[in-house]
Ligand binder design. Structure first.
Ligand code: SF4
Ligand code: SF4
Ligand code: SF4
Length: 286
């Protein structure tokens, strides 16, 4: 009797521990099956199942305390989107691709991607996209300044300029009735990525901060920041355990004041859920 009670207890503890990767898998499978059946395209089943499996694997490895869990997800998802979807399937998943599909009135490729990962998804998983899937950050995170070496600058307004520029660029193509738009979108994807990587790398070295591009230039943050403000999944600090050592803030790549539990905490909408603060907290307070 005692033995069976013990094994039930161990089983329940294990289930609780692995709940997150299971939940992630179920959420992505639900999206995959729903889109497959409603759009009648097997691609969606493959696409979202692959992304869901990659993310669940990453969360599982994180629970197992594998040091490179996040980097593995970044590479699995980022390379898939950049190389397979972008270069092989010619899908522009950048912001211009989103405007393009939006103007054509088609709920396909980039519009679905933006709806799931960057507009409505952040209401649940915040800026998880930025921590685990973005192919721009996948490269930037290899650079040497994982923790910013200089204070944050007040130039975040640049993101609104890049956001407006991408919208004006695509709107102008439509207004001018330019032909071969699909081809233009493919080249916009190539040139856009070259520009993103070049600017990102130059900024990282100039500001001694791998994520400078994310903080000041990236147009997608115009969607990501306000939506992630309401995120269901967010880090909280257990004030009973916290000894105010400040280590969490020192290791944070995004300068988030994670010990403040309010939604208005400093740089709260910048959190990319990278878990560096959690890993480094000496009191398990996060
Ligand atoms: S802020 Fe932009 S570039 Fe940075 S990780 Fe997020 S989507 Fe990618
Ligand atoms: S690292 Fe942990 S104990 Fe130190 S300030 Fe942050 S939450 Fe508190
Ligand atoms: S270190 Fe913590 S607060 Fe900072 S971005 Fe990563 S998860 Fe968010």
């Amino acid at each position: 009797m005692i033995e069976s009670f013990k094994s039930k207890f161990v089983w329940e503890a294990k289930m609780k521990k692995y709940a997150m990767p299971i939940i992630m898998l179920v959420v992505f499978e639900t999206v995959a099956i729903t889109l497959w059946l409603t759009k009648n395209k097997l691609f969606y089943l493959f696409n979202f199942s692959y992304i869901g499996l990659s993310i669940s694997l990453g969360v599982f490895l994180y629970i197992k305390k594998y040091k490179y869990a996040r980097r593995i997800v970044q590479l699995l998802v980022g390379l898939y989107m950049l190389v397979y979807l972008g270069l092989i399937c010619n899908e522009n998943m950048q912001i211009e691709g989103f405007w393009y599909y939006l103007f054509t009135g088609v709920f396909e490729a980039a519009t679905i991607h933006y709806a799931v990962a960057k507009i409505f998804g952040p209401l649940i998983f915040g800026r998880g996209w930025c921590g685990y899937a973005c192919w721009t950050a996948m490269v930037l995170d290899f650079l040497p300044y994982k923790v910013p070496k200089e204070p944050r600058r007040k130039i975040g307004w640049i993101r609104y300029i890049t956001f407006a520029a991408s919208l004006i660029f695509v709107a102008a193509l439509f207004l001018a009735h330019v032909g071969s738009l699909e081809r233009i979108m493919f080249w916009a994807f190539i040139i856009g990525n070259i520009l993103y990587y070049t600017t990102g790398i130059i900024l990282a070295f100039s500001f001694k901060d791998n994520r400078a591009f994310c903080k000041y230039i990236c147009p997608i943050t115009v969607f990501l920041k306000p939506m992630s403000y309401f995120s269901l999944i967010r880090l909280k600090c257990d004030k009973e355990k916290c000894i105010s050592c400040g280590k969490c803030k020192r290791v944070c790549p995004m300068n988030v004041d994670v010990t403040d539990n309010s939604r208005k905490r400093k740089n709260g909408t910048e959190c990319i859920l990278c878990m560096e603060c959690v890993k480094n907290c000496p009191k398990d307070a996060l």
